[in-house]
Structures are given as structure tokens and as C-alpha cells.
Design a protein around this ligand. Structure first.
Ligand code: GTP
Ligand code: MG
Length: 208
């Protein structure tokens, strides 16, 4: 895509971190939430989308994002960075708390346009990802799928095979695949497609 077509987000503001849905911003503004295993690249993707390197905190250590973080974009919509699931080193109790926080946000958030489930394109499909995706489906929650860290594939064929394996395992429970995006926070791949998709959804609710 030509540079002139690059999406520019003029104003991005960190609103706050919340651990209860009733405390989250409730203005009638479309929200887009990013969810997925710990360390899959949710916060990195938010920084890529907003073109701001240090907006969302990133860490090599899983479990960095522990609250629901809201970022207001151009005073018109929110990006929502959710804590990751499936971080084995945390206590069961803490994990259950995060799980509840994420699921209740996704199920109850009044202005959630869609969520994006991030899966690492380098890793075979994980049981927890699949059960989480199935839970979204059972609850009629719309979502897109984002394959992360595609810069790590040294060969195009390997990337294709890995993504196909993930798709196949989803198709064991689903008759079709949701909207899909391949992204890299390193190369920037996928940024424009994802922002175009969000812009298109925003027009449905007349966001400028
Ligand atoms: N090569 C590569 N590394 C990435 C990419 N995205 C994220 N990473 C790395 O993966 C690690 C985790 O990234 P985060 O963005 O913090 O992951 P997260 O999903 O927000 O993790 P939690 O907050 O723990 O749930 C960091 O070391 C990032 O630098 C990518 O597209 N390519
Ligand atoms: Mg994070």
C-alpha cells in the first residue's frame, strides 16, 4: 500500500486501567478489544496500530497486562487492551480472576463492536485458544482472528502451513472462518488492513 494511504491516528490518549466493567468508560463510542494468550503480542499490536512505541506496555515476561486498558482514538473510538489468558506461572486464583474479568467485559461491554482474538502464527493451535473461540461463538460475540508475529517465519510456505493448521483446527468446530488478519509488530504488516476494517465498522455507527 502506498504511503499516502497510510492510516494516521491523530490523537491517542491513554484513558485508564480498570478491573471492573462498571468502572470502564461507558460513553457511546465503539470499542475494539484485543484478547489472546499472554505474550501473543496484544500490547505490541496496539502500539503498531497507534504508531506509538510506548503507549501500551510490552514485556518479554507473560502477564504484563493485568487490567482492562482503554485508549481513546481521535475522540471517536476506543482500543481496549485486555490481560492475556493462559499464563501458567500465575496462581489458579489469579488466573480465574483474569478469566472472569475478560469474559465479563466481552459479554457485557455495551459498545463493543467486535473483539480480535490474537493467536501466535508460529505456534500450533492451542487448546485454550480454541475453547475461548468456541466460548465467543456460544455467546454470539463477534470476533476477528489475528495471526501475530508473522515476521518470524523465514519461509512463506512455513507461514502458510502454520496458519492453515490453525484454521483447520478452528474449522473442526466452525463452518466458516471469521475475518482474519496477519500482523507483525516488527515489520508493520497488517496494520493498514486492520485499521481499514475498524474504519469500516466505525462507519456503521457514524463515527467520523
Ligand atoms: N518478532 C515479533 N515479536 C513480537 C511481535 N509482537 C510482540 N512481540 C514480542 O512478544 C513479547 C510479548 O509482547 P506483548 O505485546 O507484551 O504481548 P501481550 O499479548 O500484550 O502480553 P500480556 O500483556 O502478557 O498478555 C514481547 O517480547 C514483544 O516484543 C511481533 O509481531 N513480532
Ligand atoms: Mg499486554
Amino acid at each position: 500500500m502506498a504511503d499516502s494511504a497510510k492510516h494516521i491516528l491523530n490523537q491517542v490518549e491513554f484513558v485508564g486501567s480498570f478491573d471492573k466493567i462498571e468502572d470502564c468508560p461507558s460513553d457511546e463510542v465503539p470499542c475494539y478489544a484485543f484478547v489472546g494468550r499472554s505474550n501473543v503480542g496484544k500490547s505490541s499490536l496496539i502500539n503498531l496500530l497507534t504508531d506509538r512505541k510506548k503507549l501500551a506496555r510490552i514485556s518479554k515476561q507473560p502477564g504484563k497486562t493485568q487490567m482492562i486498558n482503554f485508549f481513546h482514538v481521535d475522540n471517536a473510538w476506543y482500543l481496549v487492551d485486555l490481560p492475556g489468558y493462559g499464563y501458567a506461572k500465575e496462581s489458579k486464583k489469579l488466573r480465574a480472576k483474569w478469566d472472569k474479568m475478560v469474559r465479563s467485559y466481552l459479554a457485557e461491554a455495551p459498545n463493543l463492536m467486535t473483539s480480535f482474538v490474537l493467536v501466535d502464527s508460529n505456534v500450533p493451535p492451542q487448546e485454550y485458544d480454541l475453547s475461548f473461540i468456541n466460548w465467543l461463538g456460544e455467546n454470539d460475540l463477534s470476533f476477528g482472528l489475528i495471526y501475530t508475529k508473522v515476521d518470524r517465519h523465514r519461509k512463506e510456505q512455513i507461514r502458510k502451513n502454520k496458519i492453515e493448521a490453525i484454521q483447520q483446527s478452528i474449522l473442526e468446530s466452525w463452518s466458516e472462518l471469521p475475518p482474519q488478519f496477519a500482523v507483525s509488530a516488527v515489520s508493520g504488516e497488517g496494520r493498514e488492513q486492520l485499521l481499514a476494517y475498524i474504519a469500516q465498522l466505525n462507519t456503521l455507527v457514524k463515527v467520523h
